[in-house]
Design a protein around this ligand. Structure first.
Ligand SMILES: [Fe+2]
Length: 359
């Protein structure tokens, strides 16, 4: 579409003066008009809706073909306000100010639903203002993002469904462990509460905390492979029974790995009885060679077990647990995790899932 005499504003908005009356400037003006025509052609070929605006009145000085097509507008000989072009999903007029209250020269972006001739669609609106020669102008670009956002929402819904199915599996598995041994089942749930708090205080990312909680919820899942007679032995175990009991760590890892759980979870289960000085099992790992989740679950497991009653012994007092953590942090227990547990217990945190502030 050629540039014509009605395009003074367009020329000004593109940073060029209107037509010059001086003949000596004619070749230069002709060249720049030709450039402008090419630029306008380019703008008209763009798939995004583009508006060039006079501000603060929000007068549309130019809109490209995509703006007309996407928003179902009819080209008019007279200029109009932007709010005559933009409609909310309810059909109400939408001003630029309501989208971008500040006329910043920095590019601003937001997602905005707009009524189009194909119904309401979500656009990414980007806006940038400029002041030149005492006049303020702006460019508003609308990119149709409906398909992309819809796909993202479908993906998010699918991921949520998968995550819910995974958590159902976790809870079902934990319940099966509890059916075999109620103390182990309760220990897993309450350890998971504590591990969750530790994860929050370590400022782990949300997905990491989720995996940590799953690891804690299932850390003794391998007990399913330990003979019930051994689980029922009160008090100290004979060496042969102890070895069988210790097998639960590797059995648990194998179950979770076979079911496709992430390695961070299956390794936490495998190593939750390792100790910082290498005195634990199954591999006698030391220090940071023990995966972080295993160190956390290991401490949460000990704290929960000490605070809980067993048929062969009463629950330890909070003071006894604090002493255990103080004495062995860094040697048996991960220092940072032990410190967090000490803080939590001093603050009155209770591992009991049905409790208030005391055990
Ligand atoms: Fe265990």
């Amino acid at each position: 579409m050629p540039i014509d005499g009605n395009d003074d504003q367009f020329l000004a908005l593109m940073g060029l003066g209107a037509k010059s009356g001086k003949k000596s400037h004619y070749p230069e003006l002709k060249r720049r008009l030709s450039e402008l025509e090419r630029m306008r052609d380019l703008l008209d070929q763009a798939r995004d809706a583009i508006f060039l605006l006079s501000l603060p009145e929000e007068i549309v000085e130019y809109q490209n073909e995509a703006a007309l097509g996407l928003l179902g507008l009819v080209r008019t000989p007279e200029k109009r306000l932007l709010q005559e072009c933009l409609k909310t999903s309810q059909g109400a007029s939408l001003s630029l100010f309501s989208l971008f209250p500040s006329l910043s020269s920095e590019e601003q972006r937001k997602i905005v639903p707009l009524l189009t001739r194909n119904g309401t669609r979500r656009f990414e609106a980007s806006f940038q203002a400029a002041v030149e020669g005492g006049r303020t102008s702006g460019i508003l670009i609308l990119r149709d993002q409906e398909e992309r956002i819809a796909i993202q929402e479908q993906l998010a819904a699918s991921l949520k469904a998968v995550e819910e199915a995974r958590m159902k599996t976790v809870r079902l598995t934990a319940a099966m462990v509890e059916m075999k041994d109620s103390y182990t089942g309760k220990n897993q749930r309450q350890s998971a509460r504590l591990a969750h708090e530790i994860g929050l205080r370590l400022e782990l990312p949300k997905p990491g905390i989720d995996d940590l909680v799953i690891a804690a919820l299932l850390h003794d899942v391998g007990m399913m492979g330990v003979p019930t007679e051994i689980l029922c032995i009160p008090g100290p175990l004979r060496p042969v029974d102890r070895r069988l009991m210790q097998e639960h760590a590797a059995i648990g890892r194998d179950i979770l790995a076979r079911e496709g759980f992430p390695e961070s979870i299956s390794l936490a289960v495998l190593h939750h009885h390792e100790r910082m000085d290498g005195s634990g099992y199954p591999d006698g790992l030391k220090g940071e060679a023990i995966p972080l989740f295993a160190r956390i679950v290991g401490v949460a497991d000990v704290v929960e077990a000490m605070l809980s009653h067993r048929p062969y012994r009463p629950a330890h007092s909070r003071e006894e647990v604090l002493r255990e953590l103080e004495e062995h942090r860094g040697t048996l227990y991960d220092s940072r995790t032990a410190e967090i547990c000490i803080s939590l217990l001093m603050e009155g945190f209770s591992v009991a899932e049905d409790a208030g502030s005391s055990d």
